[in-house]
Design a protein around this ligand. Structure first.
Ligand SMILES: Cc1ncc(COP(=O)(O)O)c(C=O)c1O
Length: 430
């Protein structure tokens, strides 16, 4: 029997990040040497304090309140007050099984056109499509570090017919590693306020910020119209724990009310042991914060290494300032690549994987013009536990200064070097 299924879903393909991960892992299992620049999972172990808290709470078997464990919501509020100056109230925080699900639920609840800067994370588009809407992408320019300019946002708002609009903005950015600073966010917030835009501020990488500037988010400048989503997946390397949160101010309490009802009719609540363990992560413990900072230093070193190598091989690429991604483009090689039949980002990513087993994602997946030969590179193909331990040695040697330089990355993250060598040799051969 052929089931009749929702046509909104049949058009969806598997998320391309997960698909490339499967293909790369399969090739590795079959003995191929793969440089996996495709999947953005933090490679570090979950901090022992969180693991211990999880083990200690294995007996927690009762359903928790729909919004989440109250003491976890309080811990998240306190933590965000301390680190970002956000005035979250615990009653407007919702715990979910990863921030991805919460973004989906928020998009389900909210009316209005959905805007994203391009390039932006792959999953926003399909989520919007499931809701029966189209995503409106706002092409940003490499010259601006792929950061959306207020005038570009204003122009997009002018074109939208709907009274309310939704902007999803990820800062620091997957896929470019760009970090918007305070004045940049404020300027965008002013446009949002003037145009009735609700912001879903995806801050899953907020702690992975190595821009040298203090992190500022929409909630600092536009609390009345901002929904923040974040969680433990990236900064705390706990993607598989599936623990995220959504928070807003009292102005948007209607959203929390609707979401709470939806959650109660769908997944009920996030696993209780995970919520108790997450409370540990947000307790502000010094050791844990030092761990997150050191992991971020390593992300910075890996990102800078790749960026330097890309520059040397003639790719265009803004220097990453956060998260663990870069967005190089191969436009300087456009004519030479065309002779090999490579005319767009999809063909380029396919070619690099098939010929050199270097896995990257095409810019097209991130709503960026396919003809532009941009790809997303993730900088996390290394053994996080070993690299973390090794990273402490230069710290000790140099009396606190992190000696996480090119030599360190080449020695401890050999796949990053190998992937760059393969790309450089390919480009030289053109
Ligand atoms: C930009 C961005 N937002 C959200 C998420 C979702 O994170 P999670 O559902 O694990 O909280 C990811 C994960 O890859 C991401 O890259």
């Amino acid at each position: 029997m052929k089931p009749l299924v929702n046509p909104q879903i049949t058009g969806l393909k598997e998320s391309s990040t997960l698909a490339i991960n499967q293909a790369a892992l399969k090739a590795r299992r079959e003995g191929e040497s793969v440089c996996h620049f495709g999947f953005g999972q933090s490679p570090f172990p979950v901090h022992p304090r969180i693991q211990i808290a999880l083990a200690k709470n294995a007996h927690q078997k009762d359903y928790l309140p729909t919004l989440g464990l109250p003491s976890l919501c309080q811990a998240i509020a306190d933590y965000h007050d301390e680190f970002f100056g956000y005035d979250f109230k615990p009653e407007y925080i919702l715990i979910g099984p990863g921030s991805k699900e919460l973004i989906f639920q928020a998009l389900y609840v909210l009316e209005g056109s959905v805007l994203v800067p391009a390039p932006s994370w792959v999953s926003y588009g399909p989520q919007v499509n499931i809701r029966g809407k189209e995503i409106h992408s706002i092409q940003t320019a490499r010259e601006n570090g792929y950061k959306m300019q207020p005038a570009e946002l204003q122009e997009a708002c002018d074109k939208c017919q709907t009274e309310q609009k939704i902007l999803i903005l990820n800062n620091p950015s997957n896929p470019t590693g760009a970090v918007y600073d305070g004045p940049e966010i404020k300027a965008l917030a002013d446009v949002c306020r003037a145009n009735n835009v609700i912001v879903i501020s995806d801050e899953i990488y907020a702690l992975v910020n190595f821009s040298g500037k203090k992190y500022s988010g929409f909630f600092n400048y536009y609390p009345e119209g901002t929904i923040v989503t974040s969680g433990l997946s990236k900064s705390h390397a706990a993607g598989g724990y599936r623990m995220g949160f959504l928070a807003c101010g009292p102005n948007l309490s209607e959203v929390i009310k609707c979401l709470s009802a939806m959650v109660s009719e769908t997944f009920s609540a996030v696993s209780a042991p995970i919520q108790y363990a997450a409370r540990e992560a947000y307790c502000g413990d010094y050791d844990l914060m030092s761990y997150v900072k050191q992991c971020t230093r390593i992300h910075c070193a890996a990102g800078e290494y790749l960026w330097q190598r890309f520059e040397e091989m003639g790719l265009n690429c803004p220097k990453p300032e956060g998260a663990f991604y870069l967005f190089p483009d191969f436009n300087n090689y456009r004519e030479k690549l065309a002779l090999k039949g490579i005319k767009n980002s999809i063909q380029l990513a396919q070619y690099l994987f098939e010929q050199f087993k270097v896995a990257v994602l095409p810019g097209d997946d991130f709503y960026y013009n396919n003809e532009f030969l941009g790809v997303r590179v993730a900088s996390v193909d290394y053994d996080g536990a070993k690299v973390y331990d090794a990273s402490l040695a230069p710290l000790l040697k140099e009396g606190g200064k992190a000696g996480l330089d090119k030599q360190f990355v080449e020695e401890h993250c050999p796949n990053l070097k190998e992937g760059c060598d393969r790309l450089a040799n390919f480009l030289k051969s053109l």
